[in-house]
Design a binder for this molecule. Structure first.
Ligand code: BES
Ligand code: MN
Ligand code: ZN
Length: 489
């Protein structure tokens, strides 16, 4: 159930729980009208570290939750998200905080921590969180922050829902229906290519991966056109960014089949698609000034009788050919078509998001995404957006010298590199870079952070919705990147 977020100038009367933010050393925020029982806090070992929370029993059945912010000098947006999450988990109820961005971050943390996926549970237990007021003086700033934070969190939760849904239900056709519904509800234009159109449009990577499945593939395109022009844009050119999301609704590996363990979480392989669709759902509500094009190639990767075979050659939309030596390296094949289409639209930039390589998980672990690209300005914008959004990324190189590793005997390139097992995230990035032409492009490999193994902070076991907050922040602040000598080539 969605939480109703509001703001208030003073404490509501019908309060169940009250969150009191405190800094390290148990220093309360100035002006907070509640006495904190320091001795009790100290006895419980509560030090007001960031993300720490402790429930106290207040007067009149109000649960008072002290929420740690850590040292005053170190409080940033991420601290506030964690504080919001700690509050949501500890109180099972309501909060109090300060202005604008802070309210936004706290609300995000609370809403994300309160998320649950109950569609298939016999008995869905209620969260207890129904209505939440952020209390403070600056009503306008608070209100704007609360609305924005709640809207962003809603989008993240939508992405989580799409990913947590079993692959048997979230098929490519279902994903296309979701895109149509979004277009209807949020005033986006939508184009869906079915399997026949995919073949006739020359999307050989997507068609090739789909061959082994009984479920037909889809190519989803959504366009968000801002209603008012961006400020300072005189020539009528609206900065335009294309987002491309990997939409493998289930990755069995194909004939290069995965192990039982390796397949267990592979409904997650459409997390990039989910992040892109969820981002599109929020742009109008957030009055984003840039034009945003979404392209989602979506299919299952299955080992059926017609499946693509190791050694087969596929022809991608932009005319380049790829020898498929490992059918489990399928993401780059469908993205090659998606990126080609994105480049044809001649946007100012392309950003793709994909659960692309296990190698990226080995390199950066489960909480950090790999960031690669061909343009320093754009890579900087994505990195800045990810920092503000609290979704960590690390910039990896795309070394020119490694390109010889993808040379093929028979085609323009092959889909895996030799030597195998070395720099796999970079190989995948290098292949993608062959399909963007000279458009500034950035690639986010979210194979690690798309899923979480544990309930922690504001993430839950299962889908995290990683990428949504970065993409929304990027779109919100987007400026056409300077065309320049490629960054790491
Ligand atoms: N979807 C996987 C990548 C992945 C692995 C995502 C683990 C999340 C967790 C991708 O399609 C894949 O299978 N990649 C292969 C590439 C290899 C065959 C070159 C991989 O990483 O093993
Ligand atoms: Mn795969
Ligand atoms: Zn995959």
């Amino acid at each position: 159930m969605p939480i109703a977020f509001t703001t208030a100038g003073e404490l509501p009367h019908d309060l169940d729980a009250l969150g009191i933010p405190v800094f390290a050393g148990l220093e309360p925020l100035p002006g907070v009208p509640v006495e904190i029982d320091r001795r009790f806090c100290e006895q419980r070992g509560f030090e007001a570290k960031a993300g720490e929370a402790l429930a106290l029993q207040g007067d009149d059945d109000v649960t008072v939750v002290v929420v740690g912010l850590g040292a005053l000098e170190e409080v940033g947006r991420e601290t506030l998200r964690k504080a919001g999450a700690a509050f949501a988990r500890t109180s099972g109820h309501a909060a109090a905080a300060d202005a604008g961005t802070a309210a936004e971050a706290v609300v995000e943390g609370i809403a994300l921590a309160a998320y649950e996926f109950t569609t298939y549970k016999g008995r869905a237990r209620p969260t207890g969180l129904e209505r939440l007021s952020v209390v403070g003086d600056d009503a306008a700033a608070l209100g704007a922050g609360v609305v924005r934070g709640a809207r962003i969190a809603e989008a993240v939760c939508m992405a989580r829902d799409l990913v947590n849904e079993p692959a048997g239900a979230m098929t490519p056709r279902r994903l296309a229906d979701v895109a149509r519904e979004l277009a209807d509800r949020h005033g986006l234009s939508v184009t869906i290519l079915d399997e026949v159109a995919i073949a006739s449009e020359g999307l050989g990577g997507l068609a090739g991966v789909a061959q082994g499945s009984d479920e037909p593939p889809r190519l989803i395109e959504l366009v968000y056109q801002p209603s008012s022009p961006a400020p300072g844009v005189g020539d009528g050119h609206v900065p335009t960014v294309a987002l491309v999301g990997k939409g493998i609704t289930f990755d069995s590996g194909g004939l290069s089949i995965k192990t039982a363990d390796g397949m267990m979480t592979m409904k997650t392989d459409m997390s990039g698609a989910a992040a892109v669709l969820a981002t599109m759902s929020a742009l109008a509500d957030l009055a984003v000034a840039a034009k945003v094009i979404a392209i989602v190639p979506t299919t299952e990767n299955m080992p059926g009788g017609r499946a693509v075979k190791p050694g087969d050659v596929l022809k991608i939309r932009n005319g380049k050919t790829i020898e498929v030596l490992n059918t489990d390296a399928e993401g780059r094949l469908v993205l090659a078509d998606g990126l080609s289409l994105a480049a044809e639209a001649a946007p100012d930039a392309i950003v793709d998001v994909a659960t692309l390589t296990g190698a990226c998980v080995v390199a950066l672990g489960r909480q950090i995404a790999g960031l690669m690209g061909n343009n320093e300005d754009l890579v900087g914008q994505v990195r800045g957006a990810s920092e503000r959004a609290g979704e960590p990324v690390w910039h990896l190189p795309l070394p020119e010298e490694y390109r010889k590793g993808i040379e093929s005997e028979v085609a323009d390139m092959k889909n895996i590199s030799s030597p195998a097992g070395a720099g796999g995230a970079l190989t995948a990035g290098l292949i993608l870079g062959e399909f963007v032409g000279d458009v500034p492009w950035a690639h986010l490999d979210i194979a690690g952070p798309a899923r979480s193994d544990a309930d922690e902070g504001y993430t839950h076991k299962g889908a995290t919705g990683f990428g949504v907050r970065t993409l929304i922040e990027l779109a919100s602040q987007f400026a056409a990147p300077r065309r320049e000598a490629p960054a790491h080539r």
